[in-house]
Design a protein around this ligand. Structure first.
Ligand code: NAP
Length: 270
């Protein structure tokens, strides 16, 4: 079993023998994170709702990196499904000692149209699911004397943007949870961090562009220029750049980095 290898063997790669779970690992930033962790030697379980994406990405990771990979179909808005997915992932590849809470939804709306239903929907995936997923793995990590929990927050976890009050609030919540838990488990070998991307080239930005053009009639190039203007480097972040920051945090050598919210945003915030 991988978990047994993890207990005592120094592998050739930093995460050899580790089981990493990446939520929302079938596409976008999560897919890049899963690839970066597999490249560092981890066996990876990707979780999400879209079976086809998950299955083909897991198979691709296994073929490319020669480590076992698995997938779990789960709606992270449902606590019972989360519990089942982690039990199944643990049975397959051993107790996870790396967790990347990546899955997220944005659902933009002006504040007066942000009703309780929208608010709860965003919080369920962006704030409550990271809390519940972390609860699934924390005890095992403490028992193993090693753990890496990384939550993909956002620049929206550190500042405000118009028309995304629920998203900003949920992303701020993950940073609060991360800071509290990092202090709580500081002596256990488990680190807890956030990575905060700026606008990154994934479906979330594609959907935002669709939304802006549909609602304002603004040409797509102009909408993209407006989004990109937030980044002093004048470009979108690449998923791979976010993944590299996550992978670095997960390495054994990053053990003194905890409670941080690391911006990958081209200097948008400092
Ligand atoms: P994306 O391409 O839209 O991917 C979102 C991921 O979340 C998908 O893998 C999706 O899986 C998963 N997901 C959403 N709802 C889910 C649910 N109820 N249950 C299970 N999985 C669910 O977006 P992305 O840009 O890669 O976003 C990844 C993370 O980065 C999010 O937390 C996002 O807030 C954050 N972020 C993104 C940006 C950006 O500009 N792109 C900037 C800052 C932060 P399925 O397809 O299987 O449903």
């Amino acid at each position: 079993m991988l978990a047994t290898r993890a207990a005592g063997t120094e592998g050739q790669k930093p995460l050899d023998g580790r089981h990493a779970v990446v939520t929302g690992g079938g596409r976008g930033i999560g897919a890049a994170v899963a690839a970066a962790l597999a490249a560092q030697g981890a066996a990876v379980t990707v979780m999400g709702r879209n079976r086809d994406n998950l299955q083909s990405h897991a198979a691709g990771l296994e073929a490319e990196h020669g480590r076992p990979s698995a997938f779990e179909v789960v709606d992270l808005a449902d606590p019972a499904q989360i519990e089942h997915a982690f039990a199944s992932a643990t049975a397959r590849l051993g107790p996870p000692t790396v967790l990347v809470n990546n899955a997220g939804i944005a659902l933009p709306a002006p504040f007066h149209r942000t009703d309780l239903h929208l608010w709860n929907k965003v919080f369920a995936v962006d704030a409550t699911a990271p809390f519940l997923c972390t609860r699934q793995v924390l005890k095992g990590m403490i028992g193993a004397g090693f753990g890496r929990i990384v939550t993909i927050s956002s620049t929206a976890g550190l500042t405000g943007y118009p028309y995304v009050a629920a998203y900003c609030a949920a992303k701020h919540a993950t940073i609060g949870m991360t800071r509290a838990l990092a202090r709580e488990v500081a002596k256990t070998g488990v680190t807890v961090n956030c990575v905060c991307p700026g606008y990154t080239d994934t479906d979330i930005v594609t959907n935002a562009l669709d939304n802006i053009t549909a609602k304002t009639g603004m040409p797509r190039e102009q909408a993209l220029a407006e989004i990109v203007s937030h980044n002093p480097q004048g470009r979108l972040i690449e998923p791979r750049e976010v993944a590299d920051a996550v992978a670095w945090l997960c390495r054994p050598g990053s053990g003194s980095v905890t409670g941080q919210s690391i911006l990958v945003a081209g200097g948008e915030l400092m």
